[in-house]
Design a protein around this ligand. Structure first.
Ligand code: IFM
Length: 474
């Protein structure tokens, strides 16, 4: 069936899921977290040189208190699914002899998830969205096997307590982004710079954690749908005819994009280069217990592409330094707007992972896609940032790319925009604004941006109308 109808609107399949995506630390402003500094991120953001605009997430969007109002905004957006993450540090604030989750935090998530379900929305729930309980980070984080053991216990406990409220479980968010920022770039906790040994060990620890969580969730909720979130980024060489730029592109693509999904598919962690033969390095590669085939669907985050370049001062870094070259229109944070990349991702790049070992097409969800503009966090009233025409262009262009991939037979079942609200963008602070809804941090006022109304119309009709498509010719 063609999804392009006669009047040239673009229709989406019946039952398509439309949603918004969020994460706990970035929006909650959870009082226990900020008063007791329960996570590594809370400590990191409290240091005065770590966040570009000097902000922190202590209040963020006060979603912890304001979620009823924010779910009302979701209703006005017409979305039928919602992605959130559980705040692991708050659910497990300290080590105890007998494993137990914090009852108050659990009660909060039960109420929140029940409210989302009452509104008829499906739920996507992430277990690890970059924040570690601080007590675990103090003993080495993912580089201490205790963290993996704790993660499995946490996964089992939340699956038992929250299972009936969760439609889609996501064990980890963007593992390679986490490793790159925390162990290579060093601008996220734990703050290592180019520590390849720890980076590779962390990749293995995250694969083991995913595998264990997948299995315990299934043992508690046999019908559960479980996966993890891949951040996919196309890489292009600065100069297509320069073999050195091509080498950088090859390794960046292999490591950043393919390493994790390939390991999950085969059950074996393999690096596309020799990593050394001496212990402890030797033990990093190889089979991972129970990992093979541990995804029930594909969850993809897509934002932009990166142009890479070989530099003599920086040899072909497998994680890499980007070239700084931009060839397309850029949004905030200097991110190129490259909607075709989403089409190629779906029809070509993820082709090796689209089918389960049994040959069944996997359901695919775009679990994040969006762009930032940048406005200072102290702005309050006024008409700043509401006429977000660039976001409308970004949104529609990416939805057109998605629709084309669906028309070409790719099994995409849903799209979740990042994000519902402006929020705390990690080391970039509160200035980057990713929300369909503007948040004025001093007053906590929420206002729909123009893009929010457009998104609501698209969802209401389950289609992109011709007038919107005309925007694409700008
Ligand atoms: O804000 C982040 C989110 O936490 C993970 N994916 C990318 C988003 C934008 O950078």
């Amino acid at each position: 069936m063609s999804i392009i109808s006669n009047n040239s609107s673009i229709n989406f399949p019946d039952g398509f899921l439309w949603g918004v995506s969020t994460s706990a630390f970035q929006i909650e402003g959870c009082p226990a977290e900020s008063s007791c500094r329960l996570s590594d991120w809370s400590h990191w953001a409290a240091r005065n040189d770590k966040i570009k605009d000097g902000s922190n997430a202590d209040s963020a969007c006060e979603f912890y208190w304001r979620y009823p109002q924010d779910l009302e905004l979701c209703a006005q957006l017409n979305v039928n699914c919602f992605r959130l993450s559980l705040n692991w540090p708050v659910l497990r604030p300290a080590q105890t002899e007998q494993f137990a989750l914090d009852r108050e935090a659990l009660a909060y998530y039960k109420k929140l998830l029940a409210s989302i379900k009452e509104r008829g929305m499906k739920t996507f729930v992430t277990l690890f969205h970059f924040c570690l309980p601080n007590w675990l980070s103090e003993v080495g984080g993912w580089n201490n096997p205790l963290t993996g053991k704790e993660f499995a216990l946490y996964a089992e406990a939340v699956a038992s307590e929250l299972g009936p409220f969760v439609d889609y479980w996501l064990t980890l968010n963007e593992p390679l982004v986490y490793v790159y920022r925390g162990y290579i770039n060093g601008d996220w906790p734990p703050g290592y710079s180019r520590n390849y040994l720890l980076a590779f060990q962390t990749i293995r620890a995250l694969l083991e954690a995913h595998s264990a969580a997948y299995r315990v969730i299934h043992s508690v909720c046999p019908q559960a749908q479980v996966s993890y979130v891949i951040h996919w980024r196309p890489f292009e060489p600065k100069n297509w005819f320069n073999p050195l730029d091509q080498i950088v592109r090859f390794y960046r693509n292999q490591v950043f994009n393919h390493l994790f999904p390939r390991a999950v598919d085969t059950g074996i962690l393999e690096f596309p280069f020799p990593i050394g033969s001496d212990p402890p390095v030797r033990e990093i590669a190889g089979p991972v217990d129970g990992l093979k085939g541990t995804i029930d669907f594909l969850a993809l985050n897509y934002y932009t592409r990166e142009i890479c370049e070989f530099k003599w001062s920086c040899p072909p870094d497998v994680f890499g330094v980007q070239s700084g070259v931009k060839r397309l229109e850029t949004a905030g944070l200097g991110w190129e707007i490259y909607a075709d990349g989403l089409y190629y991702l779906l029809v070509e790049d993820i082709a090796p992972y689209r089918y389960s070992a049994g040959g069944q097409p996997r359901d695919i969800f775009i679990t994040e896609n969006g762009m930032a503009d940048e406005f200072s966090s102290d702005l309050n009233d006024g008409d700043w940032s509401l006429d977000d025409n660039q976001r409308i262009f970004y949104l529609v262009a990416h939805l057109v790319a998605l629709a084309k991939a669906i028309a070409d037979g790719v099994n995409v079942k849903g799209y979740l925009h990042w994000s519902l609200l402006d929020n705390f963008e990690w080391s970039d602070g509160l200035c980057p604004r990713f929300g369909l809804v503007r948040v004025s941090y001093p007053s906590q006022e929420r206002v729909f941006r123009k893009s929010a109304r457009i998104y609501a119309d698209i969802i209401a009709g389950n289609k992109i109308a011709p007038a919107l498509l005309a925007l694409m010719t700008r």
